[in-house]
Structure formats: structure tokens, C-alpha cells
Design a binder for this molecule. Sequence first.
Ligand code: LMR
Length: 348
Amino acid sequence: MLDWAKKWLLFFMAVVLITTGCDRRGPDGEQVDPREKIVIKFSHVVAEDTPKGQAARRFARLVQERTGGRVEVQVFPNSVLYKDGEELDALQKGAVQIIAPTTSKLSSLAPQWQLLDLPYLFENEEQVHRALDGEIGKKLFATLEPHNIHPLAFWDNGFKQITNSKRPLVHPRDFAGLTFRVMINSQVLEEQFRSLGANATQMPFSDVYGALSGNQVDGQENTMSNIYSQRFYQVQPYMTVSNHGYMGYVVLINATFWHSLPPDIREIIEETMAEVTRWEREQAAHINDKNFRQIKESGKVQVHILTAEERAEWQAALEPLYEQFRPVIGAELLEEAFRLKGSRAAGS
Ligand code: LMR
């Protein structure tokens, strides 16, 4: 009798184990057939504790919750899957489904994206958002469709500052002879440093810390969040708060994959992306402010904040870039940007 009961108990436990082992329930209790599960690989190059890193994780969590586990977004930060120069290709081939590169990096596909690299094009985030959420954003998005890329959103990082290992950079003449790392694919960024009498070297983000600490380059430009999270400030004793250029992201999904998704899933992704974008933009401002404080408190960096007069000197030195790149970017996009700024004077 006892043996018989034991056998039944073991049989019952085995059934429970097998069925619960196979049961992939979403947080709302809906059962997900593993064969129907959709996996989205989201690859990016920055640290997790950054505007993009945090937003990618939030997006992943919300999509998983809202699809009851039907969609799993796997986030790969810090270039662990693909680095700059590889991730666009990986997206187009479908090796990953989502990436969120800095807009400059799309210039290899469509040179018009370099509009956003022009120094002093925007004075604040509000102007940036008016451009990206309006006609300029639409026109830039349209350049991607022929490349099997469907754009989902613009995320912020913030305005760039300049760090270097040699001396305080206050006037344009202080740049003479220095070499700066710039982001890949943008000629505007290279020319920006050349206009100031410096040299520029394009380099993937994941190589920058090594190049700075090994003195292969003297300096770089980036947002506070990247300068802090990548520890650039530990090997770059001079920082100029110049706010000379904006650095933001475009969130991209492989177009073939996108169109293969069921309509209800696409709707959840679009709505969640819009919500996360609003959140991300607020976070970006907070994180950059916080990281600036942390950099100052580290005591490792001599910080110079450009005065209005010094800023005017930088603008004057960089102004010729607008005419130089007009044929590359296109008059239409440039004029639209000036119109939004309420001024036709380039860079003013
Ligand atoms: C850089 O290459 O410096 C940045 O684009 C990295 C990033 O994605 O913020």
C-alpha cells in the first residue's frame, strides 16, 4: 500500500515538474508557446548606467511585460556583440534586430545625417527636439528605408564637451597641433577639428579609453555621461564645457523583421518606444548633470566653461563648415534648421 502511494506521489511530482518546466508564462499569466516567442536582440555600445543604456533596459522590460512574454528583448550593452562600424551591418543583415547609434554614424548610409554634427547648430534640447520631432527628423528617417532599416525614435544624449591631456582649451588657437578622436563616419566632425588647427582620427567608441590612456590621441569630444561612464575623465586632465555640438541617438529596427511582426506586437513596440523616448529624454538631462558634478568632484579635471566671448570666437572659427558641407547635407535641410532656430545666420 505504501509502495503504491509512493509511486503515485512520484508520478504526480514528475507530471508537475514536466508541465511547469515547459510552462513559459508571461507576467500576466498568459502562456507563451516557446515556438511563438519573438526574440529581439538590442545591441549598443555604451555602459548600462547611461541614458541609452537605461532606456534600452526599460524598453526591454516594458515590452516583455506588455506582450505577456511573447516578446523578449535581450539587451547587449558596451559593444559586447558589435562595436561601431559593425553594428549597422549586423542590423541590416538581421544578426541583431535593434541598435541605437549616434546619428553621426549613419552618415555612411546617408551623408545628410551630418547636419546634426554641425557645431553650434542647436543651442538647447528644445531646439533639438523641434528639429527631430518635425520635418528634419522625417526627412532623415526617410533616408533609411532603402537600407532595410526602419527608424523608431530619436533618443537624447546631450551636448558635447571637449577633453584633452595637454592644456586648457579656451581659444581656437589652443587646438593647434593636437589630435582628437572623432566618431566614425562623419566628415563634419573631422573638419570641425581641422578648422581649429587640430588633427582628427575616426575611432570606434570601444577603443577610445585605450587610445586616450595610451596617448595615441590627445583628446576627444563627448557628453558628460560618456566622459564619466567610460572613465575618460580619469586620463584627461582638461575639460572645456563648450556645448558646441549635440549628440543623440536614432533607434533603428531591421525593416524585414519589423514588417514580419504581427500588427498587435508592432503597436505595443511603437507605443512603448514613444513612452520610453519621453522618459529617456528627461533621464538624459539628469544623468548628464549628475555626471558633470561627479567629474568635478573627482578633482581629476581642470574644468573651463566657455564665456560668451570665447564661445563667439569658436563659432566664428567653425562657421565656414556650414558652406563647406551645404552640398553634402543639402540646402533644404540646412534652411529648415536655420528657420527653426529663428535665424538665418549659420551657426548663430
Ligand atoms: C561615441 O562614439 O562617442 C558615441 O557615439 C557613443 C554613444 O553611443 O554614445
